[in-house]
Design a protein around this ligand. Structure first.
Ligand code: HXC
Length: 269
């Protein structure tokens, strides 16, 4: 679908996206690139990263990719430094890397719980922590009249209530939302960095839906949905564009729910 925004709203910006080579992360990479940003993608699988970079470059988007795991602080540091080395600065960090599987609490080992916390929550904090020096107002590569950079954390809605077989992810995304608010408060005040989130509902054609939404669940879910349809990756990418562009300059510490109102709804009786 065509973008409702002008093609230059992120002109001159440099964005680094974890999980930026697949699913929702790749869609955001593509939209940011089509609106003027230079793109660095980080992912664990080198082949996936390389193919995402080729796709972005074939659209004329300046793009570079780095293999790395957000669970490793040295990877986070290396990828952020390499991004700045390549493009000269960092304006936008998108934390889209996530881990998920369906499991009941009694079948989930503490290590399984920890693994998802490590990827989603600790990984997001680690990336933010390592990126701070470059995102803050007056940081390396930023011109003196530049404001600070922006962080966007991809979250979920499943911890607003409770979700079957998702105790680990609900805990991890609740922590992500806390990071969004606390960093917005402290880094907004001290460093002029905006920190926001997006909580997508069920989005078609994503690794998350393939893992979590077998067809029978999908059709049941659909019956409960006020807008009666799955979201598209496009919906998340244009929300990200709004928050990352100057249109979002007064939005800080907010996680924008993009789910068609699904989390509010209950089955009809
Ligand atoms: C129970 C499981 C499990 C499963 C792994 N574990 N899969 N337990 N059921 N299906 C447990 C393992 O037994 C182990 O604990 C621990 O988790 C670590 O498993 P590993 O396989 O060693 O981990 P790793 O190779 O690092 O893989 C991480 C992963 C994997 C999260 C398990 O699925 C992954 O890499 N996912 C990334 C891609 C992804 O999930 N994308 C979808 C995101 S969707 P023990 O005790 O045995 O050692 C999303 C949407 C959220 O986030 C919102 C939804 C609405």
């Amino acid at each position: 679908m065509e973008s409702p925004f002008k093609p230059d709203i992120l002109k001159g910006k440099v964005a680094l996206l974890t999980g930026g080579a697949s699913g929702i992360g790749f869609e955001i990479s593509t939209h940011f690139g089509k609106h003027g940003a230079s793109i660095a993608v980080m992912g664990r699988r080198k082949t996936v990263v390389d193919s995402a970079v080729s796709s972005l470059q074939s659209l004329g988007i300046p793009a570079v990719g780095f293999a790395g795991d957000v669970r490793k602080q040295e990877d986070a540091k290396r990828v952020i430094e390499s991004t700045v080395k390549h493009f000269g600065k960092l304006d936008i960090l998108v934390n889209a890397a996530a881990g998920n599987f369906l499991v009941s609490p009694e079948d989930l080992s503490p290590n399984g719980f920890r693994t998802v916390m490590d990827i989603d929550s600790v990984g997001t904090f680690t990336m933010c922590h390592e990126a701070l020096n470059y995102l803050k107002k007056g940081g390396p590569g930023r011109s003196s009249d530049d404001s600070g950079g922006m962080i966007l954390n991809i979250s979920a809605t499943l911890h607003y209530t409770a979700s079957w077989y998702q105790i680990h992810v609900a805990a991890a995304k609740a922590a992500v939302d806390a990071l969004t608010r606390n960093l917005a408060l402290e880094w907004g005040t001290d460093y002029d960095i905006r920190v926001n989130g997006i909580a997508p509902g069920p989005i078609g054609d994503t690794p998350g839906m393939r893992k979590l939404g077998p067809d029978e669940i999908k059709s049941k879910t659909r019956e409960m949905m006020p807008l009666y349809k799955l979201g598209e990756k496009w919906d998340i990418a244009v929300a990200a564009l709004y928050l990352a562009s100057s249109a979002g300059k007064y939005v800080n510490g907010m996680t924008l729910v993009v789910d068609g109102g699904l989390w509010l709804s209950r089955p009809r009786h």
